[in-house]
Design a protein around this ligand. Structure first.
Ligand code: ADP
Ligand code: MG
Length: 629
């Protein structure tokens, strides 16, 4: 069998491992149970893929989202490695065939959803194939403390009983202690090796800057640092608006969000990668798999969604080890609107029930019925039909998916299509009030044969050019013709595939999971509060604050964040403030811990502690820990 390095070279073409990958791979190959806690983009997939390739047999990968599975399988197949997944709607016959293929077809990976992994039938099938490793991807889904709890993840451990001699690797980017403990406990991991990459990056300066004139500040940043930059904003529309604004001031930028077609996404991505445009303005959809090493600055023009998101997004700067910056530009308004937006986007149980019921109705599913095959689904149209707000409804969909009620995955239509829904005769009789409608219909009929009886591909951009207008107008026009039932218009990349996993039971379904939903929402609110606390806390080093949040033992002052810089002229009154802040944060804390955390002159700290004790501002517990009196 090949060595890990040889596999890396042969299939991935990379010459060296990144931080911790090699150690993790070694531990997995030696049949240890392993937990790998590495930030997003650090290269976790290799940590199970390479061990699996170095042995006989197959690796079973549990993954929460079909879109993630599809993505991984595509990537593997491009390298000539065979991988499969079991579709959620696969019939018994299909599953039998699939396992036959697995047995005889030289496959190396079987990707499976946790829901699928929860049946005797599948367990029996799995017993018959030589599984060499179990990988649990996005393992934080096991924990209610993780940001994406999925009850079905808590049944994965059953596979342990089926395959007692196969080791498990659990992978996640969420690294709080509570989550890690939950993962170890729930998967029943034995003598587990835990690998954790500290999120601390000594070359990255975290800066939270209060500023009323954000664009002015941006200009100063760009002028001083003409290097690759990412600007994160809170909405799709804003990506384009801010990008235009920046360009009008003479800088080069482009924009990216999840609602764009695959084509425009690649175009934007490439123009930023090859530095034709130095600045990328994006929503947090821009992230996965970005591997540009010389990003100098990541700016958050709107507050990130959570501390987890922040650290991931900020971490895209300075991968080459050079000094780089993560800047949050904020003002009091931001915090107010962040709170308002967040609160408005969390649904009540009643709202979840309504959307859930309408969803079944919209897809024409009767009570008690289970629709087996995936449906073509357009989220935007669904929301518009019932006047549901996008953000909240999308959160509801996430809750339904996390609780194994539905499964939803993007379905990429590379090209838009249309088909007429009325005959050419009735079309000729139809009255249209706008000139452009007539021109558009004429153009379509002339240029696209067969459009009355089959779907034909169209290119809005080209049509717009021929008709001397822009593609947005064409899209709007086609959408209104669609509404009039003249034609059916499927816009590129606007559709998703929706699968129902359980029969329609209306409120009963939601009642069953309402307590877990409530917990989830409470947790999301807590996360928003943690973020606001971080933004507002300008007395403790940003790095130390983040270290505490992620439960890292060592957190030393970075010396380069906004807090550290403003304290460069350290004076003793601020030291006192820091001590008090720390004690009240920890509730109880020993002298050693205070000295260790504050990383300041030890003598000075002791003098302050003595003074605060004598004034009764702080007191000591019987175990010699300080607390606020
Ligand atoms: P994660 O699951 O940790 O978010 P992925 O496994 O998706 O990250 O990997 C992110 C990217 O990093 C992929 O494009 C992958 O090919 C690349 N990558 C992983 N390991 C290495 C390496 N040793 N050298 C160079 N690129 C790597
Ligand atoms: Mg991953």
């Amino acid at each position: 069998m090949m060595l890990p390095k040889e596999i890396l070279q042969k299939y991935w073409g990379h010459s060296s491992f990144r931080n911790l990958q090699e150690e993790i791979i070694k531990a997995v190959i030696s049949k240890n149970d392993v937990v790998a806690l590495l930030p997003t983009g650090a290269g976790k997939s290799l940590c199970y893929q390479i061990p699996a390739l170095s042995k006989e047999g197959l690796c079973l990968v549990v993954s929460p989202l079909i879109s993630l599975m599809k993505d991984q399988i595509d990537q593997l197949e491009k390298k000539g490695i065979k991988a499969l997944t079991i579709k959620s709607n696969a019939s018994v016959d299909e599953i039998v065939t699939l396992f036959d293929n697995l047995k005889f077809g030289n496959y190396k990976f079987l990707y499976i959803s946790p829901e699928r992994l929860n049946s005797e039938f599948i367990f029996n099938k799995i017993k018959q194939i030589p599984i060499n490793l179990i990988a649990v991807d996005e393992a934080h889904c096991i924990s209610e403390w993780g940001h994406d709890f999925r009850p079905s993840y808590r049944c994965i451990h059953k596979i342990r009983e089926i395959l007692p001699n196969t080791n498990i690797i659990a992978l996640t980017a969420t690294a709080t202690k509570k989550v890690t403990n939950d993962v170890v406990e729930n998967l029943n991991l034995k003598e587990v090796c835990i690998f954790k990459k500290s999120f601390f990056r000594e070359n990255l300066a975290y800066q939270v800057i209060q500023n009323e004139n954000k664009i002015g500040k941006l200009e100063r940043i760009f002028t001083k640092n003409p290097y690759p930059t990412i600007i994160y904003v809170g909405s799709r529309k804003k990506t384009e608006d801010i990008s235009n604004l920046i360009n009008s001031k003479g800088y080069t930028s482009t924009f990216y969000h999840a609602g764009m077609t695959q084509d425009s996404k690649s175009r934007a991505f490439n123009s930023w990668m090859n530095e034709e445009n130095l600045i990328m303005v994006a929503t947090n959809a821009f992230g996965m798999g970005i591997d540009k090493s010389n990003v100098k600055i990541v700016v958050h023009l709107d507050l990130p969604a959570s501390i987890e998101n922040y650290v991931q997004e900020a971490g895209r700067a300075g991968r080459n080890g050079e000094k780089s910056f993560s800047v949050i530009l904020q003002n009091d308004n931001d915090i107010q609107s962040f709170k308002k937006n967040k609160l408005e986007s969390y649904p009540t149980i009643k709202e979840i029930k309504i959307v859930h019921q309408k969803l079944y109705q919209y897809c024409q599913i009767a009570k008690g019925e289970l629709k087996k095959s995936p449906l073509n689904f357009n989220f935007v149209k669904f929301c518009e039909t019932y006047n549901f707000p996008f953000k909240k409804t999308s959160n509801i969909f996430r809750i339904l998916a996390n609780n194994s009620i539905i499964e939803i995955s993007p379905k990429y239509n590379k090209k838009s299509t249309i088909i007429f829904k009325i005959s050419s005769k009735s079309l000729a009789k139809q009255q249209f009030n706008s000139k452009i409608s007539k021109q558009l219909i004429d153009f379509i009929i002339r240029g696209h044969g067969g459009v009355f009886h089959k779907e034909v591909k169209i290119n809005e951009f080209k049509i717009a050019k021929s008709l001397n207008t822009n593609s947005l107008t064409i899209k709007n026009e086609l959408n209104s013709l669609d509404k009039l039932n003249v034609l059916e218009y499927k816009e590129a990349n606007s559709n998703e595939e929706l699968t129902f996993l359980i029969p329609r039971e209306d409120d009963k379904t939601i009642n069953r999971i309402s307590s877990s939903i409530q917990k989830f929402i409470k947790q999301q609110i807590q996360k928003s509060e943690d973020l606001i606390y971080f933004i507002k806390n300008n007395t403790i080093c940003r790095n130390i604050q983040l270290a505490r949040y992620f439960g890292e033992q060592k957190g030393s002052k970075c010396g380069i964040c906004d807090v550290c810089i403003s304290k460069k002229k350290y004076n003793s009154s601020s030291l006192e403030k820091d001590i008090l802040e720390l004690i009240s944060y920890k509730e109880e804390i020993s002298q050693e811990e205070i000295i260790f955390t504050l990383d300041s002159d030890e003598k000075a700290i002791l003098i302050h502690l003595r003074y605060l004790l004598s004034k009764d501002i702080i007191s000591l517990t019987t175990t010699n820990k300080y607390f606020i009196s």
